[in-house]
Design a protein around this ligand. Sequence first.
Ligand code: XBP
Length: 259
Amino acid sequence: MTIKALLWDVDGTLAETERDGHRVAFNQAFEACGLPWRWSVERYGELLNVTGGRERLLHDMTTRGEAPALPAEREALARKVHQRKNAIYAEIVASGGIALRPGVGELMEDCRRRGVRMAITTTTSRSNIDALMRAHLGVEWASWFAALVCGEDVSVKKPHPEVYEKALQRLQLPPLDTLALEDTPGGVASARAADVPVVVTRSAYFATATIAGAVAIGPGLGQRQGWRPAAAPGDGAGRITLDDLAEWHQRMELVSDCG
Ligand code: XBP
């Protein structure tokens, strides 16, 4: 096995958390905080170009005349709404509102069976990861991962490479011994800037985004059709396995795709 650790992005890669999780939670938080703002599915898609929920809200405030004028007041409001959003998001996730994407749980089990370490490499908040993982892997979920790097651990969020650099440090591995799973151009840029090879599983919001420089790009881990390079023939249990990832990792053919 050429891969010693698999590095998982969270939002969009592990689960489709954005449209029905973070967005819905933000809208409920706006209401709870007495704000008239609501984000449509479409508007939220545009806002996803800004990484980080609090940063996303601060960015949106620059387009709203009724947002507080002073930067410190904006910061305070963004912090309050974001905290509320995360609490609501945790409730949505705990009530079973967000499934893991097909093939994710199985690939994690492959890793555990075959001694491939796993890490979480996301710039979302720690509480959101905890809520999602607890709901799907149980209270002992952290023991599945050799490293966890999240929003609170970095000074700059994706597409900056800090999250990947920190994960490599914690794993004590060179980048080429690892493989990242991502779903966005920003995530790919972050991993590549740390020299980490990336496989892209396209998510709903980034289904047609231009992606460049991944070792493979496909529609999701739960299916073998539609991948570039193609998944090798074989039973593959009808999904993408660790052997497929190892094959793409070894081949290291960089592919680009616009969905
Ligand atoms: C995902 C994000 C996050 C989530 C919301 O980042 O951009 O902001 O949308 O999470 P990554 P927070 O690709 O690094 O996983 O509200 O906790 O920021």
